[in-house]
Design a protein. Sequence first.
Length: 309
Amino acid sequence: MNKMYYYDFGTFLKRQFPFKVQKISINAGFTCPNRTGEKGWGGCTYCNNQTFSPEYCHTEKSVTEQVKEGISFFGKKYPEMKYLAYFQAYTNTYDSIDLLIEKYEEALHICGVVGIIIGTRPDCVSDELLSYLSDLAKETFVLIEYGVESTNDSTLKFINRGHTYEDSEKAIIRTAKAGIMTGAHMILGLPHESRDMIISHAVQLSRLPLTTLKLHQLQLIRHTRMAHQYEEHPEWFHLYNVDEYIDVVIDFMEYLRSGIVLERFVSQSPKDLLIAPQWGLKNYEFTARLLKKMKERDTWQGRYTKGIL
């Protein structure tokens, strides 16, 4: 039997479904409270949503059009594939309850869609919406993914998140108590965060009822405030090379509860938008290098959690 070095997303999905599933990203036309002025202006300092919009994922297209184009794209290789509608761009719980339900149910009524994933902020999920999603989760796959980004409030303020880590804790606990699978997203290598601080993120997240976790390296993207900050104050940043980042991710995983599913470790922004770091690795290539290093270190996810959780 192969040793399980970390709890990967593929294994998780196999335990959820008896068939292959693929996520299809959707831009449903939502915005964010730190763009509208409710929490702030200009969005997060690192954010340019062009970095995660596939060709089929444009706001002038309906949810149905985007999902069907995604199915057409992926279905050529795997005709029996089923799909998870992934509401990804911006804050996908930030609108009226009626409109939100309309968008979610539009996706769920498309043939081949077997669940939804909703990307959002920890300060944008109402009790009314959680009640609806709680009932929905009894019938189909529902995962709410919160942008946590850091457990350090000074970092969250610096990157203009407009919420605290306490907001994240409360939202994750409320969601899990409602019987909904709960995910988090973290950026490793944010300005002023040391390796010890990154490890402390793992310890704190391990205490929460998380189902899944996404990690990715800090990337400097063109046309963002963070890119301007880097030009003005490069000393604020440590942009990891790939081997450094692999070591940081492994250090993080060693302090992360083994029951949390690690969905990904890196993000790939379009070359024309990415300033740095430019590693030239695809996700599967990075994962292969990560596993090789874990084997060399003879280590695994959750190695050091005993006694601290």
